[in-house]
Design a protein around this ligand. Structure first.
Ligand code: HGY
Ligand code: MN
Ligand code: MN
Ligand code: MN
Length: 424
């Protein structure tokens, strides 16, 4: 850690920003009010182009790329003791359909920036450091999210999601096979703790995606943990009918039953303290015609809470609440994601706190409302996260913004923390 100051100094604000802007061209979209965002789905050609850019930058400084069976991408910085368990640092490169230029991808670019700074400062680390880009963190194209990190951690079998389809009916298993074939030139590696030892530690840099750090004027978030999340898919099957002739009393109207179900769920999820998060944001209706009564509806539920008892209690009541509210349709409820709340290890959070303090940065300990791949590393090794401010807390929106300076401060804390963890 004594050597870290020159690594910190070697972090380049401009190089990190330029790389992020280069990556932001891949899948660039324009949001409301002209906001520059990205739509870079996992396992897409755009995703592969972004990965090729990253691999090129990594190889240029002597890092070794590899890919595992879920397509998780690693760039390895060798340690002086190569046999030791590595320190892992990274995030995800896939984005929301109307995503921002920083969610996930900054954590991968920051890890590269930190490792590059260490190497340029001539700092060797006892342990290897591996930069990781996890497959499908967002769950936007294929639900659920965090497939890459869940499979790496042995939390679910690697083929658990092969039959999940995207909006065009493409199977995840097929998209993954095509992706791996397109990256056949990159060396293969085993799948995490399924095929090998656990990492020594994991540290993920990520934008806050909330308003706290900016509102309170802090540079760094020392993330203490992540709340729990549960995702459900609800499928209602009624009967299509003529909007003009069919009597309402005889209808099996899937949209009307969806409204009844959501109203009942809103009552179940009431929380005057506004801690609980309940979101319905993806709805598919068929036949989706203005004058045919809806035959089927599929809608998603995203339910989150920091308290495991509430996550279980209210989450387990979701299906019965829907069945009690629906009048005329058949109901099918499938749970697609269940991530328990996690607390990060003091060994990592204190390393982050010390680095921020050493660099004279204002830091705040805070939980994460967003889920992250780090959630699935917690059972394997000491894990933690570093946040930087998000302008007005906007994320999962093209207007998402963090400044070059804010991102550079995060990368400097990451560089110092990685230097310490990789020599521990
Ligand atoms: O939804 C989430 O919390 C993550 O940002 N994908
Ligand atoms: Mn993210
Ligand atoms: Mn996200
Ligand atoms: Mn994440």
């Amino acid at each position: 850690t004594r050597v870290a100051p020159n690594a910190v100094a070697a972090v380049s604000e401009a190089r990190q920003w330029d790389r992020l802007m280069e990556l932001a061209k891949l899948g660039a979209i324009t949001g409301a009010d002209g906001a520059p965002g990205v739509n870079r789905p996992c396992l897409s050609p755009l995703d592969r182009e972004a990965r090729r850019l990253l691999i090129g930058w990594g190889k240029a400084i002597g890092l070794t790329p590899s890919v595992d069976a879920l397509g998780n991408l690693f760039l390895r910085h060798e340690g002086t003791e190569p046999g030791l368990a590595p320190v892992l640092s990274g995030s995800h490169m896939d984005s929301q359909p109307a995503g921002g230029r920083f969610d996930g991808i900054w954590g991968v670019v920051a890890a590269l920036e930190a490792v590059q700074a260490l190497r340029e400062a001539g700092i060797t680390t006892k342990r290897p450091i591996e930069i990781v880009a996890w497959t499908n963190e967002e769950g936007g194209r294929f639900a659920p999210g965090c497939m890459g990190s869940m499979a790496y951690a042995g939390h679910r079998p690697a083929d658990a999601w092969d039959d999940v389809t995207d909006g065009e009916g493409i199977r995840f298993g097929d998209a993954l096979r095509e992706h791996l074939a397109a990256e056949a030139d990159i060396p293969r590696r085993g799948l995490g703790v399924v095929d090998g030892p656990a990492p020594h530690a994991y540290l993920e840099a990520h934008i806050e995606q909330g308003p706290v750090l900016e509102q309170e004027g802090h540079d760094i978030g020392i993330v203490t943990g992540i709340q729990g999340s549960r995702w459900f898919l609800v499928e209602l099957k009624g009967e299509s009918a003529h909007a003009g002739t069919s009597p309402v009393s005889l209808r099996k109207d899937a949209v009307q039953d969806m409204v009844r179900a959501i109203n009942a769920l809103n009552r179940l999820m009431e929380d005057p303290t506004d801690v609980l998060r309940f979101t319905v944001a993806r709805i598919e209706v068929a036949p989706n015609s203005s004058n045919s009564v809806a035959e089927t509806v599929r809608f998603t539920i995203d339910f989150r809470h920091p308290d495991a008892a509430v996550l279980t209690g209210r989450g387990d009541a979701i299906e019965a609440t829907i069945r009690g509210a629906v009048r005329n349709c058949e109901v099918k409820v499938t749970e697609r994601f269940h991530a328990l709340p996690v607390e990060f290890a003091p060994q990592v959070t204190e390393t982050v706190a010390r680095a921020a303090a050493a660099q004279g940065l204002s830091a705040k300990r805070m939980p994460s409302g967003a889920f992250h791949d780090a959630q699935f590393l917690v059972p394997l090794c000491p894990a933690g996260m570093i946040f930087v401010p998000s302008h007005r807390g906007i994320s999962h929106n093209p207007a998402e913004y963090s400044s070059p300076e804010q991102l550079a401060k995060g990368a400097r804390v990451l560089a110092q923390a990685l230097a310490e963890l990789a020599n521990g």
